[in-house]
Design a protein around this ligand. Structure first.
Ligand SMILES: [Zn+2]
Length: 265
């Protein structure tokens, strides 16, 4: 299989010296590519280092996420990092009103700045949304319109670790975005989410681990890692009534398209 895990945080595996072993296990599980995602000045540097070290397997995203909303960002350094080979997206960025609703205004300020930054650089965005779906949708729709207005032919971005409802998904699809599902889709109580996943158009579907959290069933409670994206693929294949190899090929092609990787195959 040629699986593409479109969202992994590998910081912890670098810190404890296991990242090579983790990537070997991913390869053995049929994972061909992983998008390593940053969210802060420190993690963005780590992503760029990993992508330089393992260009045959890794691509990267760099961005400043909602918990950075009240810091002053070094946009020059972020721009430098994104010019590196294999740096394919601005992310993760977005809004989370669950834990940090008190900073909602500052979060919207940073999110808007990141979207503008991505637009200038013709990079798709990887977006997190929690209890902020209306604001996320409004800002992303505007971004998607501007992206197309500037001639962007590839999809404008990804709503990652999707856990929202059918209407939110439909509106994101209408705005041209990709929808990525994590191990949450395998959880026992995720019936409604699987129903949403079943109805996403083929050309908009992606898979991810969002590791090290949210390990899929039956690995819940363990540290999540890119190898387990195989399990996400299995659950989605079963949900959509296709073979897992087909689901893998489809989501891999979609990932290559949104990340603007040359042959699109
Ligand atoms: Zn993430």
């Amino acid at each position: 299989m040629n699986l593409f895990d479109t969202h992994a945080h590998l910081d912890g595996f670098v810190a404890d010296g296991t990242v090579e072993a983790v990537l070997d296990r991913a390869r053995a599980a049929g994972v061909e590519s992983v998008c390593v995602v940053g969210s802060s000045a420190v993690s963005n540097e780590l992503v760029a280092d990993l992508v330089r070290a393992r260009p045959e397997m890794l691509v990267g995203a760099a961005g400043l996420d909602r918990d950075q909303a009240e810091l002053s960002p070094d946009m020059e350094r972020l721009a430098e990092l994104l010019e590196g080979a294999g740096m394919v997206a601005v992310g993760e960025i977005g809004l989370d009103y669950h834990y940090s609703g008190g900073t909602a205004g500052a979060q919207r300020g940073l999110f808007g700045r990141m979207l503008e930054f991505a637009l200038e650089r013709r990079k798709p965005v990887i977006v997190h949304s929690r209890e902020a779906d209306d604001d996320t949708l409004a800002m992303l729709s505007e971004f998607a319109d501007a992206w197309r207005g500037r001639g962007g032919a590839s999809p404008p971005g990804i709503l990652h670790c999707f856990t929202g409802g059918a209407e939110f998904a439909e509106r994101l699809v209408a705005a041209g975005l990709m929808i990525s599902f994590s191990g949450i889709v395998s959880f026992n109580n995720a019936g409604p989410l699987r129903e949403v996943a079943r109805r996403i158009p083929d050309e908009r579907l992606l898979i991810e681990t969002d590791c090290p959290y949210l390990a899929p069933k039956p690995y819940r409670g363990r540290v999540n890692e890119p190898a387990y994206v195989a399990r996400v693929a299995e659950v989605l294949a079963e949900t959509r009534g296709v073979r897992v190899e087909e689901l893998a090929a489809l989501t891999r092609a979609n990932a290559r398209r949104v990340f603007q990787l040359e042959d699109g195959s």
